[in-house]
Design a protein around this ligand. Structure first.
Ligand SMILES: [Zn+2]
Length: 256
């Protein structure tokens, strides 16, 4: 009996070698679930899959259901996002997005809007000046965390619910990664919290509340974007598990 086939649009998050010439492709499917499928012979130079299942590209797939992993039968490129593989700065800022989605998504678990968000972020990143790449990366990480139910509380105190006003950008605001966000002065004694600059919290709020076009228009300085990315890394360490290797690489890369 022939196995069932299906079509889906998906975004390539990761490629893993399998055997002599096959690939396991981890993808974000259009419904926000994770899809892992085998592309047979994909590592042979003459394979029709060779240039069609590239990291960060959006593809239309025809797959057949397998006993363990599904099998890719056909792949057609919808958006290549070629610059995200070619240019070092762009690649370094696309990798944390793919790594976070690989970690947070699951087979059979739909997350509405996550695919559209990621596709929009990678398309904007592909067209962006290198200096704006860290801000786009940070905005996408924060939004993806929010879509997956891990939105930090950046306006009200996680201890008492009071609105927390931000002072000058260089003043400290206290944050409890474990409790889920910022902590007001009255609750600081009872909640374990660390100080980060009010400017960083303000940038986190701005990036969460902006479209990707608006993020580019904000012209965020890379150092401010890096401060937000460090906030993201601590947040991910607390709520997703281990820190992102690709963010650790970005911090030590000397890029930007
Ligand atoms: Zn409080």
């Amino acid at each position: 009996m022939a196995s069932a086939t299906y079509t889906t649009r998906a975004l390539v998050l990761r490629k893993t070698k399998l055997g002599e010439s096959d690939l396991i492709v981890t993808l974000l499917a259009e419904d926000g679930s994770q899809l892992r499928a085998v592309a047979k012979g994909a590592r042979k130079p003459a394979s029709p899959f060779a240039a069609r299942l590239e990291l960060y590209s959006v593809v239309d797939l025809l797959c057949s259901e397998g006993r363990n992993l599904d099998i890719v039968k056909e792949a057609r490129i919808v958006a290549s996002h070629e610059r995200l593989r070619r240019d070092l700065e762009h690649a370094a800022c696309a990798a944390p997005i793919a790594e976070l989605l690989d970690r947070m998504t699951q087979a059979g678990l739909e997350t509405p809007r996550l695919f559209a968000l990621t596709e929009a972020a990678l398309t904007r990143l592909d067209a962006a000046e290198p200096s704006q790449a860290p801000a786009l990366c940070a905005a996408c990480l924060l939004k993806a965390l929010a879509f997956c139910g891990l939105r930090p509380s950046l306006s009200t105190c996680v201890g008492c619910g009071a609105e927390v006003a931000l002072g000058r950008p260089d003043e400290l605001v206290f944050v409890s990664y474990r409790e889920g966000g910022i902590v007001c002065p009255s609750c600081r004694a009872s909640v374990e919290a660390v100080g980060i600059s009010a400017g960083t919290v303000a940038w986190c709020r701005a990036l969460l509340g902006s479209t990707f076009d608006e993020v580019v228009a904000l012209k965020v300085d890379p150092s401010a974007s890096f401060a937000v990315l460090r906030f993201c890394q601590e947040w991910i360490r607390e709520h997703v598990g281990a820190p992102l290797k690709s963010l650790t690489f970005l911090f030590t890369s000397g890029l930007f």
